[in-house]
Write a protein that binds this ligand. Structure first.
Ligand SMILES: [Zn+2]
Length: 255
């Protein structure tokens, strides 16, 4: 992918984040060529929206909501997700407050935020580590392409994703390869986590689950569904459904 296409991927993501509901411009209208004046106007508009949405949230929740957890947090899952604005934690949990300890970066990488993940597992004792990739991931697309013109920080993150991509067997159309690379990266991040928390997994204290949030219906199971691809390093769908964890999953379509 050339630099322009690469920027377009990220601009599309930040565009939907910046405008949110009721935004005047579509996500695709934001690009590297949007003028500083327009960007300043958008920032002002978005910030006003953030304040107003926060007011709405505070009023809706009421003080008793916050009093329940103001002194300590007790999340039940540590989540590593992609920063992509099309994925948000309410796709996993409608009431995520005090429930999900979320770490996000481009390409849902364990390796670039190991300390935060370790905090969730070792200090907050979450019994579940969820690694959430997603279909149409711009970071994975970039890692599949030539990103040598990027700055050093982006290159560092993409190099790590590129390693995942190289370990994935890729064939078929561009779309098929893209999706396979998304899955391959979830496996690779799960592998790193498995290595780091081996004892916790073996003792049963921790379960590591890799899923793909399918925002594009690329698996043909429906838009926004979770595809479970990895449990504690196991990737065979027939074996995945035998995990005790899967007893509460009523829809085999997820595997
Ligand atoms: Zn992504």
């Amino acid at each position: 992918m050339d630099k322009r296409s690469f920027l377009k991927f990220f601009a599309a993501a930040s565009g939907s984040l910046a405008l949110g509901r009721g935004g005047e411009l579509s996500a695709s209208s934001l690009s590297g060529t949007t003028s500083p004046q327009e960007l300043q106007h958008l920032a002002q508009k978005m910030f006003a929206e953030v304040i107003s949405q926060n007011d709405y949230y505070v009023n809706r929740q009421g003080s008793t909501f916050f009093e329940r957890f103001k002194d300590s947090q007790h999340p039940r899952a540590t989540v590593i997700g992609c920063s992509d604005s099309r994925f948000q934690s309410d796709a996993l949990d409608a009431t995520a407050e005090n429930d999900l300890f979320v770490i996000r970066n481009i390409g849902n990488q364990f390796s670039s935020n190991m300390g935060s993940v370790e905090y969730g597992i070792r200090h907050l004792n979450t019994p579940l580590l969820l690694i959430v990739g997603h279909s149409r991931c711009g970071a994975i697309k970039a890692a599949l392409s030539d990103y040598s013109a990027e700055g050093p920080h982006i290159i560092q993150e993409l190099d790590s994703l590129s390693l995942s991509v190289r370990k994935t067997s890729l064939s078929g159309t561009e779309e098929t390869q893209w999706l396979a690379a998304v899955v391959g990266n979830v496996h690779q991040q799960a592998f790193y986590a498995q290595k780091e928390f081996k004892q916790d997994v073996e003792s049963g204290k921790l379960t590591i689950v890799g899923v793909v949030y399918d925002l594009a219906n690329d698996f043909n199971n429906g838009y926004g569904r979770l595809k479970i691809v990895n449990i504690n390093g196991e990737t065979n769908p027939e074996k995945l459904i035998q995990f005790p964890l899967m007893k509460s999953v009523f829809r085999p379509v997820h595997v």
